[in-house]
Write a protein that binds this ligand. Sequence first.
Ligand code: GDP
Ligand code: MG
Length: 391
Amino acid sequence: PKTAYVRTKPHLNIGTMGHVDHGKTTLTAAITKVLAGRGTGTFVPFDRIDRAPEEAARGITINIAHVEYETDTRHYAHVDMPGHADYVKNMVTGAAQLDGAILVVSALDGIMPQTAEHVLLARQVGVDHIVVALNKADAVDGEDSELIDLVELEVRDLLTEHGYGGDSAPVVRVSGLRALAGDPRWTASIDALLDAVDTYVPMPERYLDAPFLLPVENVLTITGRGTVVTGAVERGTLRLGDRVEVLGAGAETVVTGIETFGKPMEEAQAGDNVALLLRGVPRDAVRRGHVVVAPGSVAPSRRFTARVYVLSGREGGRTTPVSTGYRPQFYIRTADVVGDVDLGGIALARPGDTVAVTVELGREVPLEPGLGFAVREGGRTVAAGTVTAVL
Ligand code: GDP
Ligand code: MG
């Protein structure tokens, strides 16, 4: 029998972000190793984070690239993604769920395009607190020490540029690689990083009394048990046996199992990463992007107005303007939907502009004012926006 999840500490969702090869996965493994040493986590090696196949996960909780651990004061779910496209798709658009982020910047390389794009998108989707891990500090010791000071300044400027208060954000010099090897100087740097996360990222307000809502991240079948959906609870509370509606699937059913990180639980709350076993729902009926809600609590829609920031070419965005009739992909929560853009009275929106638009989506999704989204085109992010009104 599995041990039930016991809620003893406040739970927060964090994640590593940053440019490819700056050491996100190594750092994630190092954090689990240091906390395993303290006895409040289980060591998850690099390979299991980077290429955790679906089949390798046990129980009904399958959240690829999620690890969990505890510090003295908190329980964390930590997300790490293999590539930049995964960040945009899996993390950044779902990052309304992220209570804080660890921005990993290699001290050897400094800010790179994906570093800047992740900060921009984190801002757009409402991640309010970023702690910086200035990684690979082991490689810039001695004569290069001025280099690391410059990188730190550069990162603080980048944060300030995006409204993060770069002067006050914690910037911790770490070495994920050396900490993973057990070098005490650098395991201490991981302790310092975790302290910074514990103190700098506040416990967010959880809307436990609001109607339940969970965007589906992943769907799988447990032989003999049924269809399972995984994701982070955006709001509300769900108890075993509660009825839910799956928006997109047109199904209403009962939840017959709830787990978090392989441990059964009686009640899922806003902020939890969970797997839900849905009675009698065929696997084909549910997809990533669907939304599990308290029955009748949400009416999905297709049209909305939004404020959209069009990324400049320097930020990895377009080099040419867009006009009415533009038809990119919209990443809203976990959904990926095509949409028609109407610029109203404006002839053109140029890279670098912030504009008010009206959007008509190809299908209905739950929308509400304040909801963040990313706009993608040919596999790259070209804009980020916030819903201002649902029509
Ligand atoms: P990711 O793409 O951001 O997840 O980066 P990885 O964790 O896969 O690391 C990329 C490369 O950087 C690997 O070769 C790591 O061994 C190396 N690396 C990661 N962290 C450190 C570090 O703290 N110091 C040094 N010297 N190398 C590191
Ligand atoms: Mg990685």
